[in-house]
Design a protein around this ligand. Sequence first.
Ligand SMILES: C[S@@+](CC[C@H](N)C(=O)[O-])C[C@H]1O[C@@H](n2cnc3c(N)ncnc32)[C@H](O)[C@@H]1O
Length: 269
Amino acid sequence: MTSTEGRDDPRFYRGRLREPRSQRVSDPLYQVRLVSNRAKNYWLRTGLEHASGCLRVLDLGCGRGGDLFKYHHAGIAHYHGLDLDGEALHEAQSRYRQLRARYRRTFSARWTQGRMEDAVFLLRNEPHRFDLLSCQLALHYVSESLRHVLLSWDQLLAPGGALVVSLLRFPHDLDELCGPHFRLQRQGEDRLLCRLGPAGSREWQEPLISVHELRRALEGLGYRPLQSRSFLSLAEQEGLLPGVASHQLSAADRSLLRLYEGHVFLKSG
Ligand SMILES: C[S@@+](CC[C@H](N)C(=O)[O-])C[C@H]1O[C@@H](n2cnc3c(N)ncnc32)[C@H](O)[C@@H]1O
């Protein structure tokens, strides 16, 4: 059955891309997830290297805190996670407690439950702006005009700060992409039908956003594009994604990873 619950319902986002660790090795998309995880790490580090300031991070659509260890290793000072899913935030907080128990010196952290479209209002009492805004695999869920949302997020980013976005871009000239364990099918202009797992056991629809619109809106705000590449091209470049051997990727995984992209934009100082 196709899942079409509303985007404001947190259940819509759960269990899409992650499974319990015990199931991952037998997971047919394990290599894709591994590359995605390493690629996100690469983008966050690139953004942090170029952002000026004391490294305060705002993670929009942060989910269950899968990027917390990345931030710890990158040495940030403060982290704020925002997500509409209270259950995901609960898990993120528990991961953060584990992180603190393991490493005595790490960043301070806070969380806010709510829509990223309302971030400016929700964070109105924050005393300082952020040096890095991250939106990983979540920007396409924005339900208002992308330009309007980016304009509002600009108020949260300090001059010289970085915006790091990763997303799935489904080319206009492609109607369908299939592998042994996935099938992506375009549904009209801005929707994608996704089927994953053995015999397409999980099925749902994802909204698609226009990268052209993203770039145009940010350039209109005076942001400079620093890097923009697919996850596949990162995996192919030796040494960029530690632990990933691109020759081990199947042809189907390669075609899927070509659709995932990371973008880093810098705000003028
Ligand atoms: C695919 S997950 C990505 C999570 C995390 N950024 C990562 O890379 O692991 C998308 C997340 O966006 C959140 N989300 C979706 N729409 C949102 C909205 N309008 N405002 C805030 N969070 C939202 C979902 O609850 C979910 O946790």
